[in-house]
Design a protein around this ligand. Structure first.
Ligand SMILES: [Zn+2]
Length: 254
């Protein structure tokens, strides 16, 4: 059974020069990345909402750092799935390809696609809040293991925080601009594993469609977007995307 079987979809895909993709938590969940609730640790009495702010980090640096270090370790050990790899293959097809993600796990990069537009940062990277010096995951681990009182500090004495966007913080402006541009210019836009309810992720598919893109959704569940898309491919990214790429290639060869 072919998933690309509508004439309109096939015509759009044949002519597409620019493809934009937005990925959300669904594709990460398929790699076994948990939601980090109800586990053991200093943070168990606090909800993620109470941990994910600069205020929380500043006032309870040891607890918040432990929580993020725990998540970092799990993500460091996780592997991309067939969905991530299929997107690397998809990136080779059009003249212009843009991959936008709400995920902070770096799994697209691990799969081999490096130019990711990250809306919410990347938990594998850290920086000093005082001098701005950046730290890789390995460098952070080294510092964290030897940190006094479990408080990671830079050589300059400043606190080292994960490079993720916390509640109350603005999203990285360069990524936002690139994401909007990519969406507005796209001929085909794929929304994958995201409920598309948080701005700007909720705007991107709508902007793409308004500017003439074919809108495709890959999700096992119905979302607020589903009624507006040109094609809903119901299922997991890891199952749908490899098929999608295979059929897309076949379409281009005919
Ligand atoms: Zn510093």
């Amino acid at each position: 059974m072919e998933i690309l079987n509508s004439g309109k979809v096939i015509e759009y895909l044949k002519r597409a020069k620019k493809i934009a993709v937005l990925t959300g938590a669904g594709i990460s969940a398929e790699s076994g990345i948990p939601t980090f609730r109800g586990e053991n640790g200093l943070w168990t009495k606090l909800s993620p909402n109470e941990l994910a702010s600069f205020e929380a980090f500043y006032n309870n640096t040891a607890i918040v750092s432990e929580w993020y270090n725990h998540r970092r370790e799990i993500i460091e050990d996780s592997k991309p799935n067939h969905g991530h790899y299929a997107l690397v293959e998809l990136s080779k097809i059009p003249e212009v390809f843009n991959l936008i993600t709400q995920n902070i796990d770096g799994l697209h990069q691990k799969a081999g696609y490096t130019d990711v537009i990250e809306l919410h940062g990347n938990i594998l990277e850290s920086y000093c809040i005082q001098c701005g010096r950046r730290y890789t995951s390995e460098e952070f681990e080294e510092i964290y293991l030897n940190a006094m009182n479990h408080i990671p500090r830079c050589n300059c004495g400043g606190l080292i925080r994960p490079d993720v966007v916390w509640f109350g913080e603005s999203l990285p402006s360069e990524s936002i601009e690139r994401a909007y541009q990519a969406s507005i210019n796209a001929d085909v836009f794929l929304s994958i594993g995201t409920s598309a309810q948080v701005v700007p992720a909720s705007d991107l598919p709508r902007y793409a469609k308004r500017n003439g893109a074919l809108l495709i959704e890959v999700n096992p569940n119905r979302t607020v977007l589903t009624d507006t898309v040109d094609l809903w491919l119901q299922g997991k990214a890891g199952e749908i995307l490899p098929k999608f790429v295979e059929e897309y290639r076949a379409i281009l060869e005919t």
